[in-house]
Design a protein around this ligand. Structure first.
Ligand SMILES: Nc1nc2c(ncn2[C@@H]2O[C@H](COP(=O)(O)OP(=O)(O)OP(=O)(O)O)[C@@H](O)[C@H]2O)c(=O)[nH]1
Length: 323
């Protein structure tokens, strides 16, 4: 069983216990209310479907940050179903909508698989400052450790002294080794050291933090490319995952950031954080439509367990289902 299938199972078991943290519906309450109050309530009560209703649905999807293209894709399917009389009233339309939203996200639902191997699985974590990178690294490391993997961290955000300290403090508290050379060091050199050390110590997973800001955007992209090249010298198959952390609360900006990083770094996965504190969780649909990159996890709070393996159906249900 893959590590994240294991984590999913652990989570299901936790959910059956009474004192568990709030369900996803509650954590996504802001986005949920945007979807439900604005988007779905007008469809309640078996209203007949007419052009006005479809138009209203379309503009509500856009207002819920689903994005123009993803909205267009969903609406074209719904319009077709209505014109073929496959969907007859607003209740059926609501169900059809839910199904289309799930389809959109299922395309990017692909949990991170970490194979058993002799050499460390290297996860390079990128993203702008404040997106939740360090917090996500901490949560991920702890979950992996709880799942039986040995983990090491590389403090590659050498541009910001506080980032190195934050990672070190976290590592000490959680018994996870952190490789660092202090602030101002060469990020690629720190991460190179860390990969060597992880290999030597037989570590299963190395998670490398990187800078989210340098003097210029070009500098940042050049540094990140250098980091990638240097890792490849020690293991041509590494990094095995280049993961971008995006702050879901920044809506459309998150999408633009992902595009920029993807161009230079050929991302292999995404984490969308802070979906608990925002009404813009609909942006996940736009991200899925535009980038087509796997969403590995979502961040829905500050606790370790608030990093969840992304599941399309669960996410959509949390936004639209129930009374
Ligand atoms: N509510 C909520 N807060 C989060 C989540 N993820 C991160 N945060 C908070 O967001 C803030 C920024 O997170 P960091 O992990 O420090 O962000 P970073 O990208 O590493 O940014 P720097 O540390 O500035 O490089 C912190 O206060 C975190 O606790 C989340 O999923 N939900």
């Amino acid at each position: 069983m893959g590590i994240f299938s294991f984590l999913k199972r652990q989570k299901t078991q936790r959910e059956q216990e009474p004192e568990v943290s709030a369900p996803l519906e509650a954590k996504l309450s802001r986005t949920r209310s945007k979807f439900r109050d604005n988007l779905l309530d007008f469809m309640l009560g078996n209203k007949p479907i007419n052009a006005d209703l479809l138009e209203e649905l379309e503009s509500q999807l856009i207002m819920a940050d689903v994005g123009i293209e993803a909205t267009a894709r969903v609406m074209s399917v719904l319009n077709r179903q209505v014109s073929r009389s496959e969907v007859g009233d607003s209740t059926a339309l609501r169900q059809a909508l839910q199904l289309e939203l799930v389809k959109l996200l299922t395309a990017v639902e692909q949990p991170l698989e970490i194979p058993d191997s002799d050499s460390p699985f290297v996860i390079l974590v990128v993203g702008v400052n404040g997106s939740g990178k360090t917090t996500t690294i901490g949560k991920l490391a702890k979950q992996l450790q709880d799942g039986g993997k040995s983990v090491m961290l590389a403090a590659g955000d050498t541009f910001r002294a506080a980032a190195v300290e934050q990672l070190q403090t976290w590592g000490e508290r959680n018994n996870v080794p952190v490789i660092s050379q202090g602030s101002g060091a060469d990020s690629a050199s720190v991460i190179f050291d860390a990969v060597q050390s992880a290999k030597a110590r037989g570590i299963d997973v190395l998670i490398a933090d990187t800078a989210g800001r340098l003097h210029t955007q070009n500098n940042l992209m050049e540094e990140l490319q250098k980091v990638k090249r240097v890792i490849g010298k020690l293991d041509p198959t590494a990094p095995h995952e280049t993961l971008i952390v995006l702050d879901g609360g920044t809506g459309q900006n998150a999408l633009n950031q992902a595009r920029q990083f993807h161009e230079t770094m050929q991302l292999t996965g995404m984490v969308v954080t802070k979906l608990d504190g925002t009404a813009k969780g609909g942006v996940i649909f736009a991200i899925a439509e535009h980038l087509g990159l796997p969403i590995r996890f979502i961040g829905v709070g500050e606790k370790v367990e608030d990093l969840e393996v992304f599941e399309a159906e669960r996410y959509v249900n949390a936004l639209v289902s129930g009374s």
